[in-house]
Design a protein around this ligand. Structure first.
Ligand SMILES: [Zn+2]
Length: 155
C-alpha cells in the first residue's frame, strides 16, 4: 500500500512494515518507551522528544493499536490534541494495521463487527476507522463481501 501524499510530499511505501508498529517506529526515528501516562490514557506522543510513551499493562491488542495510533501522530508531526488530529491518527493507524484484502477475506468468514475486529487483531474502533478511511471503490468491495449479490432479501 502506498502512503498518502501530503501537500505534494512523496511519502515512502512501507508496505513491508504494515503489521509491525515497532518497525515503523524505527523507520520514523521514533523512540518507544513504556511508562506511566495520564490517567485514562493508553499512550501519548511527545513531539519535541520524538518519543511515544505506552502505558504499562496493556493487552497486546491494546498496545499494538495504541502504538500505531501514537505513531500516526508522529507521522503527521502533530503537536497538541484536536479532534482532527485524533481522526487523522486513527485512520492512518488503521490503514497501517489492516488492508482491504485482509478485511474482505476475514469478513467473508466473520462479518460481525467485534468478532471481525478480533479476528484481525485490532480493537473494534480501529475497524470503524478503517471503514471510515475507505475510498468509494474500496467500500464497495467490502460491502459486496459482506452482502454478496443474491443474498439480498426483497421485501
Ligand atoms: Zn491521539
Amino acid at each position: 500500500m502506498a502512503w498518502p501524499r501530503i501537500e505534494g510530499t512523496q511519502i515512502l511505501d512501507l508496505t513491508n512494515y504494515r503489521t509491525s508498529p515497532e518497525h515503523i517506529a524505527d523507520y520514523l526515528g521514533i523512540k518507544v518507551i513504556t511508562a506511566d501516562v495520564p490517567t485514562g490514557w493508553w499512550g501519548l506522543y511527545d513531539h519535541p522528544r520524538r518519543t511515544v510513551v505506552i502505558a504499562p499493562g496493556l493487552a497486546p491488542v491494546q498496545r499494538r493499536c495504541t502504538l500505531m495510533h501514537e505513531l500516526g501522530h508522529a507521522y503527521f508531526e502533530h503537536q497538541g490534541v484536536t479532534g482532527k488530529y485524533e481522526l487523522q491518527a486513527n485512520r492512518w493507524a488503521a490503514r497501517q494495521l489492516l488492508s482491504v484484502d485482509d478485511v474482505v477475506h476475514a469478513a467473508r468468514a466473520e462479518p460481525r463487527h467485534n468478532a471481525l475486529a478480533c479476528s484481525l487483531g485490532v480493537l473494534p474502533d480501529f475497524l470503524t476507522h478503517f471503514v471510515g478511511s475507505l475510498s468509494h471503490h474500496e467500500y464497495r468491495r467490502l460491502s459486496m463481501a459482506l452482502h454478496p449479490a443474491g443474498d439480498t432479501v426483497c421485501a
